[in-house]
Design a protein around this ligand. Structure first.
Ligand code: GDG
Length: 479
């Protein structure tokens, strides 16, 4: 209850996310400090959070002791500590080895372990307690993503005065898949603690509402769930986006332009530079895409003298078995393709297993003639939008999986089915040979979409919708 909650600070707008928007760095002398980890979410939310006494609640990213809240760049950051065991069970286990594959169409086989679930419940409760302790009366709390689906109901239990929103960054699966989850009902009830549940696509919102009707038995109508106590919960789509202007400015800088030219030179000035940039994740379809490209070379449709594929795979979740296996599979494929098809100074695939600063990403986007984004399933896919934002000259072709959320908005991309290798081959070839006028026509339309819908538009649409449903709440927060 309200009186038993310790209030160390009183924020009017709280973001609760698995990770804090900072990384802890250990200096040479052993002391630790914080380095901001810039991302779309924090850059979109920071301005409105500074205006509203904002607090960000999250895990600092490594196992460790409890820490006091601290100020960073005008925001209050509230660290939630996880033990080694919780990192293994809540984060690597239930979040990334149960929910992640299940929510992505079983792109890998999900593991179901009851201890992992217990840890998920325990850690979600810790996040909810931290939010309850730091929220002012009537504050707005915005909970992020699949790691924290129980937080909305736990938080409502502690603090019925709060306005609670939830946003899922990854797909929400159809009932046939979701129903495999032994804890399906608890997750649905966890989400129903929110006033507004946001998804990338309207199909996901519909999956959720249907499941609530079937599995929890509540009355629903379109995007609204009617709870027995009179409260209503809405489920709607809010497609996320990028800091479009930020990417445009970066891409326009002289350094990035010069670096883009240098990248092309270093690759031997190929006629067509294909590019893939992904977290190294089995949902992203990296292996199938590289196979399609290598077959185009083996078949003689492309030649290593004038085509190259640059694949950046950012290291990710390296302690989860399926990710280790994927890394080995891709290493092996790249080695074989380059061994079979490359020539001296002309590898078919230029493969980089590392992460780069934003400037280098922008230079790669500027350098690439054909961007290839072929996930088997993806909530949105920001890389596709970043490529579009960086194409200041209005050229460049985007090959995009129809199973990425981004395909709903970027209709003028060269759309592919990532399971269809021959189809991907044909479309990659078509994109690389298309008339400049045709490429420009498509890019122009996509640039319009990305400039009209950026990440601050996303954040303000969500927060306005959360504040604006008057019948379920009297006190409203205006971001
Ligand atoms: C999840 C959902 C949804 C990647 N490598 C480097 C780097 N990145 C940046 C990209 C992009 C972001 O990371 C990746 O975002 P994606 O959307 O492509 O994919 P996920 O990581 O799977 O994100 C996804 C997203 O959440 C947002 O809701 O779109 O569907 O799966 O911004 O640029 N950035 C830098 N160096 C790298 O090496 N600086």
């Amino acid at each position: 209850s309200r009186s038993s909650t310790q209030q160390s600070s009183a924020a009017d707008l709280l973001v609760v996310a698995n990770r804090l928007p900072v990384d802890q760095v250990v200096e040479a002398d052993g002391s630790t400090s914080w380095r901001p980890s810039p991302g779309g979410l924090v850059s979109a939310l920071a301005p409105v959070m500074r205006r509203n006494q904002g607090a960000w609640i999250g895990w600092p990213g490594n196992a460790g002791e409890e820490m006091e809240p601290f100020e960073e760049d005008g925001l209050t950051l509230v660290p939630v500590a996880l033990s080694e065991e919780e990192v293994a069970e809540f984060y690597e286990g239930f979040s990334n080895d149960t929910l992640w594959p299940l929510y992505h169409d079983l792109a890998a086989k999900p593991s179901f372990h009851r201890e992992w679930w217990d840890s998920y419940v325990r850690v979600n409760q810790r996040f909810a307690d931290a939010a309850a302790a730091n929220a002012a009366e009537g504050a707005t709390v915005w909970v992020q993503d699949y790691q924290l689906q129980l937080v909305p109901a736990m938080l409502r239990e502690l603090r019925p005065d709060l306005r609670i929103g939830f946003y899922l960054h990854i797909p929400f699966p159809p009932a046939e898949l979701f129903s495999q989850l032994p804890w399906r009902r608890q997750i649905l009830e966890g989400l129903l603690g929110a006033d507004l549940v946001g998804f990338q696509l309207s199909g996901a919102a519909q999956n959720f509402v249907r499941l609530v009707r079937q599995r929890v038995g509540h009355k629903t109508h379109r995007d609204t769930v009617y709870l027995p106590d009179g409260r209503v919960v809405r489920a709607r789509a809010f497609p996320i986006s990028i800091d479009t202007e930020g990417f445009e400015e970066l891409a326009a800088s002289e350094e990035v332009q010069a670096r883009a030219a240098e990248i092309r030179r270093d690759l031997g000035n190929p006629r067509t530079l294909f590019l893939g940039i992904d977290r190294l994740d089995y949902t992203k379809g990296i292996h199938a895409r590289l196979r399609a490209f290598s077959e185009l070379i083996a078949d003689g449709h492309l030649d290593v003298e004038d085509a190259v594929f640059v694949q950046v795979a950012t290291p990710s979740r390296e302690r989860v078995d399926q990710y280790r296996q994927l890394r080995d599979d891709i290493d092996q494929l790249v080695g074989r393709v380059n061994g079979d098809l490359g020539r001296i100074g002309r590898p078919a695939i230029s493969y980089l297993h590392s992460s780069f600063p934003r400037e280098e990403m922008a230079a790669l986007y500027r350098a690439a003639d054909v961007m290839v984004v072929t996930p088997f399933r993806d909530g949105m896919n920001l890389v596709a939008k970043e490529y579009v934002a960086c194409r200041l000259d209005g050229d460049g072709a985007l090959v995009l999986s129809e199973f990425a959320g981004a395909a709903d908005e970027l209709r003028q991309a060269y759309l592919v089915n990532p399971y269809d290798i021959n189809g991907m081959k044909a479309t990659m070839l078509e994109a690389s040979r298309a008339q400049p006028k045709e490429v420009a026509r498509r890019m122009r339309a996509m640039r319009k979409t990305v400039s009209e819908h950026d990440v601050s538009h996303w954040a303000s649409t969500f927060l306005t919708s959360l504040a604006g449903d008057p019948e379920s709440h009297t006190k409203q927060t205006h971001p």
